[in-house]
Design a binder for this molecule. Structure first.
Ligand SMILES: Cc1cc2nc3c(=O)[nH]c(=O)nc-3n(C[C@H](O)[C@H](O)[C@H](O)COP(=O)(O)O)c2cc1C
Length: 353
C-alpha cells in the first residue's frame, strides 16, 4: 500500500496521498471541474465520454495550464486525466488527438468497452500515441474483470467500481466493502499486486476515503460528491435533487429505465445506471406504458429546474452517498476537506480499535 502511494505520487507529483480524483462524468466533468480538482492536489478527469467534440477541450485546458501552471507537473504532461466510454467513441480519433497534443494527459480512463478485449487495443493505442506518457486507468466492477484486464492490458491503475456508484456501472456487482479487498487479494495472488487500486462508489467524505485505504485502495474517485460543486456542469435543479436526497439505498436504485426514457442507447447489456428515484420510476412500477412515460419525461424537460426532484421526472444520476452530501462546496474545497479528514482518521486509526 505504501508503495502504491509512492507509485502514484511519483507519477502525479502535484498530488497528495491518498489520491483524490474526480470522475470523468459525461457532459458534467468539463474544464472547470477537472482543473479545480487538479489545482487542489487531486487528479481531475475530463469527460470525453462518447463525444469526440469534447476532445477539443484538451486544447483549452492546455492553454489555461500554460497561463497558470500547476507546480510539480512533469515536463510534457498535462496534470489531468481524460475519460472515455469505450463502446461509444472511435479509438482512432482519440489516438490521433492524443498523438497530436503537444502535452499528453497524465492518464486515460477507460470504461465500458463493447467487449472486454477491446480494451487491449485502447490501452496500446493510447500508450503508443502518447509515447507512454499517458497512464492507462481502467474502471472495472468484478474480480474476474480485474484479473482479465490486468493480464491483457497491463493497466497502470485499476479503478474498482462498487455497486453504490452513481451513474453507469455493472447491473451485477458488489459494494466496495467486499469487492475491493477481494480484487486486491486476487490481483496479488496472480502476480499483479503492484497495480495501484482506486476505489469508486459511495465515497463522499473523509471517512469513506480512510475506509477505502484500509480496504486496499491507494486513492479514491468521487462522482456524486462533485455533483454538488458549482464546477459540475449541471443545472441547479439537478444539484438540488442530489442535495435533497438521503438514505441512498432507498432513494436511488440501479435501473435501465432512465436510459430508455432519455433515449440513451447503446450501453452494453451488462450495464445499468444508479439514479435518484422519481415519478418516471414510480409510474413505471405502477405499470404506466413506456411510451406514455417517455412522453411525460419529454414534458418535464420543458420545465427547467422544476423538472428535477423525486416529485418530478428528470433523470438524476447519483450514487448511494447522496445522504452524506449536505451542501454545495467548490470542488477544490471538497478535495482539501476529504483529504484532510481522511488523513486525520488514518493517523488516529489504530488507537480507536
Ligand atoms: C452523474 C454521473 C455520471 C457519470 N458518468 C460517467 C462517465 O461518463 N464515465 C465513467 O467512466 N464513469 C461515469 N460515472 C461513474 C464514475 O466513474 C464513478 O464510478 C462513480 O461516480 C463513483 O461513485 P460515486 O458517484 O458514488 O462517487 C458517472 C457517475 C455519475 C454520478
Amino acid at each position: 500500500m505504501a508503495s502504491h502511494a509512492k507509485t502514484l505520487q511519483s507519477s502525479y507529483p502535484w498530488t497528495t496521498s491518498p489520491l483524490i480524483t474526480s470522475a470523468p462524468m459525461r457532459l458534467i466533468a468539463g474544464e472547470a471541474l477537472t482543473l479545480s480538482v487538479s489545482r487542489s492536489h487531486g487528479l481531475g478527469f475530463l469527460a470525453i465520454g462518447t463525444d469526440l467534440a469534447s476532445l477539443a477541450l484538451l486544447k483549452t485546458i492546455t492553454t489555461s495550464l500554460h497561463e497558470n501552471p500547476i507546480p510539480n507537473t512533469p515536463p510534457g504532461i498535462l496534470p489531468i486525466g481524460v475519460g472515455f466510454i469505450c463502446f461509444g467513441i472511435d479509438l482512432a480519433a482519440a489516438v490521433s488527438t492524443i498523438s497530436s497534443a503537444p502535452q499528453k494527459p497524465a492518464a486515460a480512463w477507460l470504461f465500458a468497452p463493447r467487449e472486454e478485449n477491446d480494451l487491449i487495443a485502447w490501452s496500446s493505442g493510447i500508450r503508443d500515441a502518447s509515447a507512454g506518457k499517458t497512464a492507462i486507468w481502467i474502471q472495472i466492477g468484478t474480480v474476474a474483470s480485474a484479473l482479465q484486464v490486468a493480464r491483457t492490458c497491463r493497466p497502470d491503475v485499476l479503478v474498482i467500481q462498487g455497486s453504490d456508484a452513481g451513474g453507469h456501472g455493472l447491473a451485477h456487482s458488489s459494494s466496495l466493502i467486499s469487492l475491493l479487498p477481494e480484487c486486491a487479494d486476487a490481483l496479488s495472488k496472480a502476480g499483479f499486486g503492484h497495480i495501484p487500486l482506486i476505489a469508486a462508489g459511495g465515497i463522499a467524505d473523509g471517512r469513506g476515503v480512510a475506509s477505502a485505504s484500509m480496504l486496499g485502495a491507494a486513492g479514491i474517485c468521487m462522482g456524486t460528491r462533485f455533483l454538488c460543486s458549482p464546477e459540475a456542469a449541471i443545472s441547479d435543479g439537478y444539484r438540488g435533487a442530489v442535495l435533497r436526497a438521503g438514505d441512498g439505498g432507498v432513494s436511488t436504485a440501479r435501473t435501465k429505465l432512465y436510459d430508455r426514457l432519455r433515449g440513451t442507447t447503446g450501453w452494453p447489456e451488462q450495464y445499468d445506471g444508479r439514479a435518484v428515484l422519481n415519478h418516471s420510476f414510480w409510474d413505471h412500477e405502477k405499470g404506466v406504458a413506456e411510451e406514455e412515460n417517455r412522453r411525460l419525461y419529454g414534458e418535464s424537460v420543458k420545465l427547467g429546474d422544476e423538472g428535477w426532484g423525486e416529485k418530478a421526472r428528470m433523470t438524476t444520476y447519483a450514487g448511494t452517498g447522496v445522504g452524506l452530501i449536505n451542501k454545495i462546496m467548490p470542488a477544490g474545497e471538497i478535495v482539501k476537506e476529504v483529504s484532510r479528514d481522511a488523513k486525520t482518521l488514518l493517523k488516529r486509526g489504530a488507537s480507536h480499535l
